[in-house]
Design a protein around this ligand. Sequence first.
Ligand SMILES: [Zn+2]
Ligand SMILES: [Zn+2]
Length: 261
Amino acid sequence: MLDSIVARPTQEQPHRTHRQVPVPDCALFLGVGAASAAELGNAACVICCEDTPWLLIDCGHDTLARFKRTFGSQSLPQAVFITHLHYDHVGGLEQLYFKAALGRQKVRLYVPVQLIQPLCAMLAYTGLAELREDIWHTFELHPIGEHFFHQQLRLNCYPVRHQAPGSAFSLHLPGRFFYSGDTRPIPELLIHQVTQGEIIFHDCVASGNPSHAGLDDLLREYPPAILNRLCVYHYHSQEDVQAFDDAGIRYAKPQQLIPLC
Ligand SMILES: [Zn+2]
Ligand SMILES: [Zn+2]
């Protein structure tokens, strides 16, 4: 199924690890759009191990439909990391709950601790009348501080700059990838914490605004060594893509398999 849908990279795949613990080797963006860019999809990314979903980052309105188109009609993500609580990133959680609960499947939900109370409030009215359970019997809530373990690998979680302080978070698997979530530029994080040559998935639109990094912001704030590792997403349109091309900044496309470091 995956072969028929995704655009595979032309370069060689990285060497497979011989460690016993599976290590993610590629990322697949289900959507790359800003909140209003419906045709580009809500920004959501599947971190994969040998074409198998390992961790979904965010679950927007259209994320489950795109996940099923990519990985098969019966498939649901088994683990989701939430970067923040804007609906283009969590609007699909209710649908995920319904499908998982009816299929008697559990879904592990990794949520930064600062977001747990408001997320519980957002999902307070979600439920199935025929089950004498609440959603937290289906969603296995996993509170995150500065780091957490998933599939025996340790990932880091840092606050980023997206509206209210402490309301949006990034995800970092050292040596493999950094995922910014929605943010303004964060040179202090990228220069001091993301130091192992990781690919950096970064929020970017052609013209920045108080919530999101713009292309000019990135070119001003980041040194060439960081710019060369960027792969931007959460953009608006083909005009944004043209601006990225003109600036020599790599960008993610929907359904494209992107090798990790
Ligand atoms: Zn967003
Ligand atoms: Zn946002």
